[in-house]
Design a protein around this ligand. Structure first.
Ligand SMILES: [Zn+2]
Length: 264
């Protein structure tokens, strides 16, 4: 049984959370007749946070909205947030993975015809971030797992996994995708990641996030667990990422745009 929160309630919670955070709930545009929302607030390290690009993965949206309601305030002196809490409301409302054109919106970020991808590139393409976090779920597994998209240390995956493992079950081993103890292993390749991605035709949002930040992560929580467990997993992931990003980075604004990491 799908326990998702009805869309009108999600919208109201976003309006309320925005007011409490002292910001406005922006409507960036419409896709498939539904509004795409964005919240910007806080100052410091720049984090791009997104959820709900797959409509049958409500835990990402629930985690993101709950974060905005309960935890975001405590981070807003250290983190400049750019939050897109539900990228596929058409799918969310209908409990469908795909968008109104029947395609997977998380493969369209090199497709200039795709409405969501064009809207996001137009809004974000000139901006730079310290980190991008995309919240998903997986319908087939009983445990969570993580993808990390970056080509240089520090990698965050193990620490994020360990933080999540304290609140919910880890996917120990799977083959599609390949998962080992909650992590999708990094491919070993001589060619830099940026060049490898250039050769890929179907881009997920994580690749856009990597283009803008150099460091992206995708969280996959297990739909086979209760929504409350998945929400706690999402919150644990967001919190650990924020701890790691704020510990690591000098905000881009203070370096004139030059990216600097611990040790360089
Ligand atoms: Zn997904």
């Amino acid at each position: 049984m799908d326990e998702r929160t009805p869309w009108p309630i999600i919208q109201q919670r976003l309006v309320d959370a925005s007011a409490r955070l002292g910001t406005t709930l922006e409507t960036v545009g419409q896709v498939d007749g539904e509004e795409i929302f964005r919240l910007r607030f806080g100052r410091g390290v720049r984090v791009l946070l997104a959820a709900g690009i797959h409509g049958e993965e409500p835990g990402g949206v629930e985690g993101c909205v709950t974060f905005l309601e309960s935890l975001a305030e405590s981070w807003q002196e250290r983190v400049e947030f750019d939050v897109w809490p539900c990228l596929n409301p058409y799918g969310y409302i209908r409990e469908e993975r795909h968008n109104g054109q029947g395609v997977d919106p998380n493969r369209q970020f090199r497709n200039p015809e795709d409405p969501l991808a064009s809207l996001m590139w137009a809004a974000l393409g000139e901006l730079r971030y310290d980190f991008g976090l995309d919240l998903h779920e997986d319908s087939d597994f009983k445990g969570f797992y993580i993808y990390e998209t970056t080509d240089r240390p520090p990698w965050f995956r193990r620490q994020v996994r360990d933080a999540m493992a304290r609140v919910g079950p880890v996917c120990e081993r799977a083959d599609e995708p390949t998962v080992r103890r909650g992590l999708v292993p990094r491919g070993r390749a001589a060619e830099p990641l940026r060049q490898r991605l250039e050769k890929r035709r179907l881009w997920p949002l994580a690749f856009l996030m990597f283009q803008l930040s150099g460091h992206a992560m995708t969280i996959e929580t297990p739909v086979l667990q209760p929504l409350a467990v998945r929400t706690r997993l999402q919150l644990a992931a967001i919190t650990k990422v924020l701890q790691l990003v704020t510990a690591r980075a000098v905000p881009l604004a203070e370096t004139g745009g030059r990216r600097r990491q611990a040790g360089d």
